[in-house]
Design a protein around this ligand. Structure first.
Ligand code: ZN
Length: 343
């Protein structure tokens, strides 16, 4: 069985790994589709991000779907042949945060394709993988393999939206419309937002934001003062989802926020400063949103019940044997949203 393994920046190889066998309580899964995420691209281009660096060869990938090929002993509630989305979240279940229901803060988290710990947690861009039963979420027949692989980024978006609190009737601004930003638009609309305005600088991102339901999209490259009208009368928006991770986007957006507004920081941009004068004078609330846990089941349920449509985000798909080409294409924000691999 083959896997996509990163050895160093721009050294991505397709290599043979032993075929795994499911133990008690586990499932063997034949992977069908996998989405390339920003973190996969960071490992590919830079060998990591922040202080996280690849120290040994690592299989990439954490946004995958597949079909159950074998069940380990004691697993009798899911059958071989079941199509599933695979949750890459594998918390310990024992630490104090798991016990509090905050599994995304688990002290012993094993998240696929992550070099945060040593040995690294190997990822899911491989033909076969062994998972725990609880990581398998069956998908409906009408949900394609590619859509099922979107359950992971949709979970991130749902978690961000839940961090914002109730959105019914709220005016929402989303800065940064890559895959996560576009999914935040979908999730915010589903949660009852009355108006959603989205900003970006890439035409493809703006086009997708409109396609998934943003009421208005603003090209901040062409119209850098495009949010100025919303800054009148101390601001217009109740909630900001800052997904770009850039200080410039945050600053221009804050002027457009109403007093008491909630700012959910989803994008990671290293060190960015927050204008404390606005935080104080407008009594803003700045909240982080990190990964997800229970939202994975919600994401699959929303797709299974046709309550959300993630298809507009999938911009290209390559056979996994062309992984290098796929990774190069995925880095082009001007033409791509979510690039997927098929296995
Ligand atoms: Zn834990």
């Amino acid at each position: 069985m083959q896997a996509i393994i990163v050895h160093a920046p721009h050294d991505l190889r397709i290599e043979e790994l032993p075929t795994p066998t499911a133990q008690a309580g586990q499932l063997t899964v034949r992977i069908k589709a996998g989405g390339i995420c920003g973190s996969d691209l960071h490992y590919y281009h830079h060998g990591g991000f922040g202080t996280v660096r690849i120290k040994e060869p690592m299989v990439l990938g954490h946004e995958v779907s597949g079909v159950v090929s074998a069940c380990g002993a004691g697993v009798d509630d899911i059958a071989a042949g079941t199509r599933i989305a695979v949750s890459p979240s594998h918390p310990c279940g024992l630490c104090r945060y798991c016990q509090e229901g905050k599994q995304n803060h688990c002290l012993d988290m094993r998240f696929y394709g992550s070099a945060m710990r040593m040995p690294h947690v190997q990822g899911a861009f491989r033909e076969e993988i062994v998972i725990e039963r609880h990581q398998a979420h069956p998908v409906a027949d009408h949900v394609s393999d590619g859509e099922a692989a979107m359950a992971e980024p949709l979970s991130v978006a749902l978690h961000a939206v839940r961090r914002a609190g109730p959105l019914v009737g709220k005016r929402v601004l989303v800065t940064g419309c890559g895959p996560i930003g576009a999914l935040v638009i979908i999730a915010a609309r589903h949660a009852g937002a009355s108006e959603i305005v989205a900003t970006d600088i890439a035409p493809k991102a703006l086009q997708t934001a409109a396609a998934v339901g943003a009421d208005r999209v603003i090209d901040m490259a062409g119209t850098p003062d495009g949010l100025q009208d919303y800054a009148q009368g101390k601001g217009s928006f109740d909630v900001l989802f800052e997904v770009s991770g850039t200080e410039r986007a945050l600053r221009s957006a804050l002027e457009a926020m109403r007093p008491g507004a909630v700012v959910v920081q989803v994008g990671l941009g290293g060190e960015i400063s927050f204008p404390t004068n606005l935080l104080v004078a407008k009594e803003l609330e700045w909240r982080g949103a990190f990964r997800f846990h229970e939202e994975f089941a919600m994401a699959v349920e929303l797709m299974n019940r046709r309550l959300v449509d993630v298809k507009p985000l999938i911009s290209a798909s390559f056979p996994f044997t062309r992984a290098v080409e796929a990774f190069d294409v995925a880095g082009d924000r001007s033409s791509q949203m979510k690039v997927q691999l098929s296995f």
